[in-house]
Write a protein of this length. Structure first.
Length: 432
């Protein structure tokens, strides 16, 4: 009976739906919602069962964990999916991910050791950081497989796996927090369930990709890591820029203020989240247009997505200004009505962040990914040089303005890069 249920479940994952694109979009949307919104959901339960200090720690822990997740993913996903000629095998992508996972764990250990010795972190705070980082690094393990599903046209299966793992693990953590098991046991439960789910489901569904592991080719793996290093730097710095106000608050202000800032910043990522719902299933098609030398339709598709981001930003700002703060105050049991200006600036900055983040996709597709790293490196340096001044002088409003300015610069830079990069088309296209 147990085996029958398992077989039916795995069959459900791999059956080809009547409309693969629609299935991919729906499940990717569900997965993206829980991925981006996991911290927001958990903080609602933490607000009811725990104190503001714990909420502040979890807020900054997720920001730091996402930074390490970016390092581990190494920016390879979009490169993998747009590798329509399969210049690199799945084995190359997989072994590369093993290397980045090992390296990220080493970096995480050094970071937390440094924070405990010199940054004033207690062992308890470091433990929360470690657990949340491990929970996010499971995303990186899963990501290389989901990329393969998408690369071969079975993103519907990959999106289901991602979505259901995030749904069940988030639900379990919420249940454990509500049951009063404590923050450590709650996240440990989520980690164990996530690992168990991914290992078993991927093992029993990956055959739909008709992929066979090849022998490890050291030269190709090193070549792949070298090619994607600018992407790794760019996307990691992108994550840093997206959370730079939180890092500055962690350094210069209290955990209670961190919690409040985390609450009003939650809706900011709705724009990026909704945008990813729409464009992620289309990444492979963008690569096909560029490979075929169809620059006109390539540009049209990119421009259309940019207009969608602008529309989403307008809708979210309008909704946020009317009902955002009262709803957030109700959810998190704290009066946020005095932060309207900060909230407005953050929402606008969030729209620009989503636009800059999306522009990474076409820039990667045309293989100008070096410029992604240059852009984020420039604004990250600016943030490090000026962030302390903004936060210490104007508090939460200063952090919000810093976030807005950095993203304005990014959008301008990446628009210029994309314009020049597509001007002459793809010299290596298959078009005759």
């Amino acid at each position: 009976m147990k085996n029958k249920i398992s077989n039916e479940l795995y069959q459900w994952f791999t059956d080809i739906p009547k409309n693969k694109h629609r299935s991919s979009v729906i499940w990717n949307a569900a997965g993206g919602m829980f991925n981006a919104g996991q911290a927001a959901i958990l903080l609602v339960f933490i607000a009811y069962k725990m104190d503001l200090v714990t909420a502040g720690i979890v807020t900054i822990a997720y920001a730091v964990a996402n930074l390490f997740l970016s390092v581990c993913k190494y920016g390879i996903r979009n490169y993998q999916v747009t590798d329509v000629r399969e210049r690199f095998s799945f084995s190359d992508y997989l072994y590369s991910r093993y290397i980045t996972l090992a390296g990220t764990f080493i970096l995480l250990t050094f970071y937390l050791s440094y924070k405990c010795l010199f940054g004033g972190y207690s062992l308890g705070k470091a433990a929360i950081f470690f657990e949340i980082a491990v929970l996010k690094l499971i995303d990186a393990f899963e990501d290389v497989y989901i990329g393969r599903y998408q690369q071969v046209g079975r993103f519907d299966t990959g999106a289901k796996i991602m979505a259901l793992r995030l749904i069940v693990s988030t639900a379990l953590i919420c249940i454990l927090i509500s049951a009063g098991t404590g923050i450590y046991i709650s996240f440990l439960g989520g980690i164990i369930l996530s690992l168990f789910f991914d290992i078993h489901v991927i093992k029993n569904t990956f055959s739909v990709t008709q992929t066979k592991l090849a022998k490890k080719q050291r030269n190709k793996i090193l070549d792949l890591l070298k090619r994607c290093l600018p992407l790794c730097i760019g996307i990691t710095l992108s994550t840093y820029v997206g959370n730079v106000p939180k890092y500055m608050i962690d350094t210069y202000m209290t955990e209670e203020i961190q919690a409040v800032f985390g609450y009003i910043m939650m809706p900011v990522f709705v724009i990026t989240l909704l945008n990813q719902f729409i464009y992620q299933p289309m990444v492979r098609g963008l690569g096909e247009l560029w490979e075929a030398g169809d620059v006109t339709n390539f540009k049209k598709r990119v421009f259309k997505q940019c207009l969608i981001v602008c529309g989403l930003t307008t809708v979210v700002i309008a909704g946020g200004m009317s009902v955002g703060l009262p709803v957030l105050s109700l959810l998190y049991h704290v009066d946020l009505s005095g932060y309207l200006a900060e909230f407005a600036v953050l929402l606008l900055g969030g729209g620009l962040y989503a636009l800059a983040y999306y522009l990474n996709v076409p820039i990667t597709t045309i293989r100008r990914q070096n410029y992604i790293a240059y852009g984020y490196a420039a604004v990250s340096t600016l943030a490090l040089l000026t962030g302390g001044y903004f936060v210490k002088t104007w508090g939460i409003l200063g952090a919000a303005v810093l976030y807005l300015v950095l993203n304005i610069i990014l959008v301008i830079v990446y628009s210029i890069v994309l314009g020049f990069g597509t001007k002459r088309g793809n010299p290596y296209s298959r078009r005759i």
